[in-house]
Each structure stands twice: as C-alpha cells, then as structure tokens.
Design a protein around this ligand. Structure first.
Ligand SMILES: [Zn+2]
Ligand SMILES: [Zn+2]
Length: 191
C-alpha cells in the first residue's frame, strides 16, 4: 500500500483524490469524478448533435444555395464585368467629348468653305482650280467627321493584366486527427 501524502482533488481542491482520469490525467475525489463523467457525457451529446447535423447537411438537399467556391467564381465574374463596364463608360464619355470638340472645329472649317464658295459664285470669280480645291476641302471634312485623325481607340499593352484570370487547383485534403487514437477534445475544455 502506498503511504505517501494524500493528493488533493484537482477540481474541488478540498477532498483527497481517489481516482485519476486517464483521458485528462486530472485526479478527482469521488464526487468530482462523477461530475467529470457527467461533463464528458454532455460533451458527447454535443458531438452527437453536431454529428447528426452534419449528416443531414451531407445527405440533405442543397438548401443554402450554391457552394462558397461557386459564389467566389460568380463574385470574380461580377467584379470583372463591372470593371469592363466602368472603363467602357469612361472611354465612351471621353470619345463623345473629343468628337464634340472635333465637330466644332469642322463646323468652323466648313463655314470658311461655305463663304469661299458663296463669294466665288456671287462674284463669278472661280475656275477649275477653285472647284478642285473646294471639292477636296469638303472631302477632307467628310473623312475627318467619319474617321477623326486625332482620336483613336487602342489596346493598352503596357500595363499589367487588368483583370486577373482565375483557375481551379486541387490540393491534398487536410487530415483530421480523429483516427489516430488521440482524443480530439483537449482535456482543458472539460476539467
Ligand atoms: Zn473533488
Ligand atoms: Zn478527464
């Protein structure tokens, strides 16, 4: 028989310990040991509950919408489309402004031609060279209206990719240490 000093119960720290729990190594008086077993039993109920809930989730219909990963792809798509829409809107606004500015200049140049033609006709003062000049000036304005020489839409190849591609990769599943003989409840949670 052991005859050393009595060990105190870890839990109540009053009574002498008579039983050690193999799971958490704490030493208990009989009363506290019963309490400890009850705590473990409650925890097992919790696990059973979680277990059943997960089973339902695993086997049941997809009630909570598309998977998080699918949502992530949708999110990326939405963001990318938004970026494109915003840039297209901005560029459209800029082009409209520049075209308006160009048109003002064209109108100004056209008025000059109009005056010149009118004056030539009124004064009967024109010959082939004037006709050719006016015709070529009008053609120039027409071309400029359709294909402005000072405004271009071009792809920017200097900057880094503006919309990042996404891809799907498969890695190794993280192993949960349930089946390695260890308890996955830490003793500190219970004692
Ligand atoms: Zn005790
Ligand atoms: Zn224990």
């Amino acid at each position: 028989m052991a005859t050393g000093p009595k060990v105190q119960c870890t839990k109540c720290t009053k009574n002498a310990a008579i039983i050690a729990c193999e799971g958490c190594s704490a030493k208990f008086c009989r009363q506290c040991f019963n309490g400890h077993r009850q705590d473990l039993s409650k925890e097992l109920d919790n696990i059973t509950y979680e277990h059943d809930m997960f089973k339902q989730q695993l086997e049941g219909p997809k009630a909570d919408g598309p998977h998080r990963l699918l949502k992530q792809i949708d999110e990326w798509k939405k963001d990318s489309v938004n970026k494109i829409n915003q840039l297209a809107d901005q560029c459209r606004t800029d082009v409209v402004k520049l075209l308006d500015k160009n048109k003002e200049q064209l109108v100004h140049r056209f008025r000059k031609i109009t005056n010149s033609v009118r004056k030539g006709r009124d004064d009967e003062d024109y010959d082939e060279r004037d006709l050719i000049r006016w015709m070529s000036q009008l053609k120039e304005l027409k071309d400029e209206l359709i294909r402005p020489s000072n405004v271009r839409v071009e792809e920017d190849r200097q900057t880094s990719p503006w919309i990042q591609k996404i891809r799907i990769s498969e890695g190794v599943l993280e192993q949960v240490k349930i089946n390695e003989g260890k308890s996955w409840l830490r003793p500190a949670q219970l004692c």
